[in-house]
Design a protein around this ligand. Structure first.
Ligand code: ATP
Ligand code: MG
Length: 169
């Protein structure tokens, strides 16, 4: 059985991590799509697809999870054809896991089985909250796997965030 999980992972955090570890323990393979892969260097989307790829793969390997494939996906900006766009990039899947109501609807309309996993500490394990803490020099490190802290250090991610959130006035 093969499952699909989709996110923007800006950045990959402990909420994503808990869900993916759980899915990986239930199915043979998890396909992880990195959505909005073309976006980076924006306050809402600071990290490149390659950087997000590193965050996800290192974190899962650190937890001895190896049955995953990561596929970056560019936006098509046409919801009606988005599922076939994804299908053109990934191996066939039996089930989709998502908490996003639009993704759920689009896949259900194409007759996919969709599971909605439990949310873990959603108030804090959230990309927006983590980016807010990065901007404000608050403790974001506790909300992401250790490997993500290392990747963000390696790419000097906080200094990048500082520049993205400044304006030229
Ligand atoms: P942002 O605030 O930037 O939208 P996000 O935390 O919602 O970030 P996404 O990459 O948008 O992360 O979400 C990918 C998937 O992960 C979605 O289905 C989302 O509902 C789910 N998800 C996000 N946070 C959690 C969490 N704390 N526990 C479980 N699933 C989560
Ligand atoms: Mg989200």
């Amino acid at each position: 059985m093969r499952a699909l999980y989709i996110g923007r992972f800006q950045p990959y955090h402990l909420g994503h991590h808990e869900v993916i570890k759980h899915i990986a323990s239930e199915v043979d393979e998890v396909i992880i799509c990195i959505g909005s892969a073309q976006r980076s260097h924006e306050p809402e989307n600071p990290f490149t697809a390659g950087e997000r790829y590193l965050m996800i793969s290192k974190s899962l390997r650190d937890n001895n999870v190896f049955n995953f494939y990561i596929v970056p996906v560019l936006d098509v900006n046409r919801n009606a054809i988005w599922v076939s766009h994804i299908e053109s990039l990934i191996p066939p899947v039996d089930v989709v896991y998502t908490n996003n109501p639009l993704i759920e609807r689009l896949f259900r309309e194409q007759s996919y089985k969709v599971h909605t996993p439990l949310l873990f500490n959603r108030k804090e394990y959230s990309g927006s909250e983590i980016r807010r803490r990065m901007e404000n020099r608050e403790n974001w490190e506790e909300l992401v796997p250790k490997a993500v802290v290392e990747v963000i250090k390696e790419i000097k991610g906080i200094s990048r965030m500082d520049d993205l959130c400044r304006n030229d006035k």
